[in-house]
Design a protein around this ligand. Structure first.
Ligand SMILES: [Fe+2]
Length: 279
């Protein structure tokens, strides 16, 4: 793997509270104006960015938790740089099942966007790769789990709290069709987290809906897509009319996480709710 994928980025938050924006599942098409289930994913992303700038700006960093391009297009990743720069130059990306690692790397080569760890204030943020080539479902695998274990060990030694990010959900979210795609090695993932008291949150994308639950004192968080949403509680694929949105997080110096989701309200997006799928 290229060295950049294992590097650490350092950010001075400028205050005791680290202000984070999570934008996920942007699904940008190859050409601006391309649609997913009837939604122009560039237009919906811009609406979410405008909302975040009105509500939660400036931020210390942006977390982009996968499915950033809908089909792994380099043109989509190049446009994404411009979008995220409107929020913050410090954006950190991880791949989802729709992404192409090589295309992402080619666009951001030499930058920090694909680094695996951010240290900011009293926090460590880890970005894991749960993408499995050619598969919709996710798995970390031994190398990623070793990376997780080693970096959490470093954080413990440094007295840092940890927020762990990945694309696929490590717990079922209540949609049977999506939960067939959850992290295959979730049990091993949590076995590692359970060894470190400083882990305070796990944050993911993929499910295109909001989740906020707790497991053994660790906040488990999923977030709406910046384009199309999936209907909570659906047994088979079902899109939802809920608007595009983003998650904000405030990471406090004492390890507390304050967080919430905000959605675009003043623009209508006409989602094809009858579609049987979107792959
Ligand atoms: Fe997605």
């Amino acid at each position: 793997m290229p060295p950049a994928r294992h590097s650490t980025a350092y950010i001075d938050p400028g205050s005791d509270t680290v202000r984070v924006l999570q934008l996920t599942d942007t699904h940008l098409r190859r050409v601006s104006g391309g649609t997913l289930l009837g939604v122009d994913t560039d237009r919906s992303l811009q609406a979410v960015i405008d909302l975040a700038r009105a509500e939660r700006w400036p931020a210390d960093l942006v977390l982009a938790t996968g499915d950033l391009s809908d089909n792994g297009s380099g043109d989509a990743y190049r446009r994404l740089l411009g979008y995220f720069d409107q929020l913050c130059p410090r954006s950190f990306w991880l791949p989802g099942n729709h992404d192409e690692r090589e295309a992402m790397q080619a666009v951001v080569q030499g930058s920090e966007h694909l680094c695996r760890e951010v240290r900011v204030g009293t926090w460590q943020i880890l970005l894991l790769d749960s993408q499995v080539d050619g598969e919709v479902g996710g798995e970390l695998g031994a190398a990623e789990r070793e990376l997780l274990d080693a970096r959490l060990c470093d954080a413990r030694d440094a007295g840092l709290f940890s927020l762990v990010c990945l694309h696929h959900q490590p717990v079922p979210v209540g949609c049977a069709w999506l939960d067939q795609q959850m992290l295959a090695d979730a049990e091993a993932f949590f076995a590692i987290l359970d060894r470190y008291n400083g882990v305070r949150g796990v944050l993911w994308g993929h499910v295109h809906q909001q989740v906020d639950v707790e497991r053994r004192g660790v906040r488990l968080l999923a977030s709406p897509s910046t384009c199309v949403q999936f209907a909570p509680g659906s047994a088979s694929f079902k899109a939802d009319a809920a608007p595009p949105g983003y998650r904000w997080l405030e990471l406090h110096a004492d390890g507390r996480i304050e967080t919430g989701v905000s959605r675009v309200r003043d623009i209508h997006f006409d989602v094809d709710l009858d579609s049987p799928g979107y792959l």
